[in-house]
Design a protein around this ligand. Structure first.
Ligand code: ZN
Length: 416
């Protein structure tokens, strides 16, 4: 499928970004021919590829680069009155496999024989692993100073690790130089629309796992927006197909000090800090910033910045971790300092309406970021205030403001 630019309207057979500089999209969002999901043959044994009718890649199954990914568990966590989608239950340990299977499938379709990506984290590991599966050479660009342990998964997949001196932006620039020089195809988790088509499958799974109902809200980590925009696209496609009736509110958790979306919504004072714990989402300049803000506006969503202390504290909290471990959380995650979790919150009274009893999904990635506390309002009162709203998510509206971190998370109730 061809690509088009949402900013200027130009279209291309394939290109890593538009000549005008904007990220490209697929020219169409495929939708299934069946009017209801019941008419479709949805079979989790095919993993996320059972949603092939929604995917702009992989029309020819022989192009698909797959390791059986998808259909991660959804687990109720009563302590949070929430449900978590365990997005670390993937071949390489993160939701980035959704994007990697779709991106490497696209690489096969366009005949790429060498790909590059810039990431020392889970995106690098996922792309390297799926490139190996495809038999395509891969070079992964990382900062020169990154620890060897961090790039082990990339090396183990057989990819070349290219260390670049300078800032994180210099790493990206070096990678893009290789692309513009014609040396390789850019399998970017930040730029490539195939990656976002892949992460959209999380929405299809959530809807299916809830018997084709949509939660009121979905809480996600928010760095480049790889998961966030994927969820937005996926829930919109479901609605446009007529399989669901609406798109949930999308709520993003950013790292304080690296929170450009929250800063845009709430001002710079609301995002001060240096959250070095949530290092997987330390993105100061997300490529898709405008699209993320559009998604938040369209869904009446929000984004906040989480402090280092808030995230670290959540990672140490024993009760929910115990609950999640009982549900087959991988031990590697536990050793690395905490169980990522995702949650759905019972939504109570909102704008005068009676409680719906509906729930919001939350999603975790690895490295983990503990997300917002359920049963806690985000609405600001006085700095340091720690009021509890009886309505749970009632504070999660476009008018939400951010309180200082401690009060945001209500450590006191969880510190035992
Ligand atoms: Zn353009």
């Amino acid at each position: 499928m061809s690509l088009r630019c949402p900013a200027c309207g130009d279209s291309y057979a394939d290109r890593w970004r538009c000549r005008c500089g904007a990220p490209l999209e697929f020219s169409d969002q495929p939708l299934p021919p069946t009017e209801t999901p019941e008419d479709a043959s949805i079979d989790p044994r095919n993993g996320l590829w059972t949603f092939e009718d929604f995917l702009p890649v992989g029309a020819d199954p022989s192009d698909r680069v797959t390791l059986g990914e998808g259909y991660t568990p959804m687990v109720d966590v009563p302590e949070w009155d929430a449900t978590f989608k365990l997005e670390y239950v993937f071949p390489t340990g993160s939701f980035k496999d959704r994007g990697a299977t779709a991106t490497l499938t696209r690489a096969m379709e366009v005949g790429a024989d060498r790909i590059v990506e810039d990431s020392s984290g889970n995106a690098g590991a996922a792309i390297a692993t799926y490139a190996a599966r495809a038999g395509i050479d891969a070079e992964i660009y990382v900062p020169a100073g990154v620890k060897e342990s961090k790039v082990k998964a990339i090396r183990r997949a057989g990819a070349d690790v290219v260390r670049v001196e300078g800032s994180r932006e210099d790493v990206t620039d070096a990678c893009i130089d290789a692309v513009t020089d014609g040396e390789a195809w850019y399998a970017s988790h930040a730029w490539n629309p195939a990656f976002f088509a892949g992460t959209a499958t999380m929405a299809y799974e959530i809807a299916h796992q809830r018997d084709w109902s949509v939660p009121d809200a979905v809480v996600m980590p928010l760095g480049h927006g790889t998961m966030f925009l994927g969820a937005y696209g996926g829930f919109r496609a479901l609605r446009d197909a007529g399989w669901t009736d609406r798109v949930p509110k999308l709520l993003g958790a950013q790292a304080a000090g690296y929170a450009p979306i929250a800063a845009e919504l709430h001002g710079k004072d609301a995002v001060v800090g240096d959250n070095t714990v949530a290092d997987g989402i330390q993105i100061r300049q997300p490529v898709q910033k405008d699209s993320i803000l559009d998604a938040i506006e369209a869904t009446d969503g929000d984004a906040i910045a989480l402090s280092k202390e808030a995230v670290a504290s959540e990672l140490k909290t024993p009760p929910p971790r115990r609950v999640l471990h009982r549900t087959d959380v991988c031990s590697r995650t536990r050793r690395s300092g905490g169980v990522p979790k995702s949650g759905r919150h019972r939504v109570g009274r909102r704008r005068g309406r009676p409680a719906l009893g509906k729930r919001a999904e939350g999603v975790a990635q690895k490295p983990s970021v503990r997300l917002m506390r359920p049963k806690r309002p985000l609405r600001s009162s006085a700095p340091g205030a720690d009021s509890v709203s009886p309505s749970g998510l009632s504070g999660l509206s476009a008018s939400t403001t951010v309180r200082p971190a401690r009060s945001q998370y209500g450590h006191a109730s969880r510190s035992s």
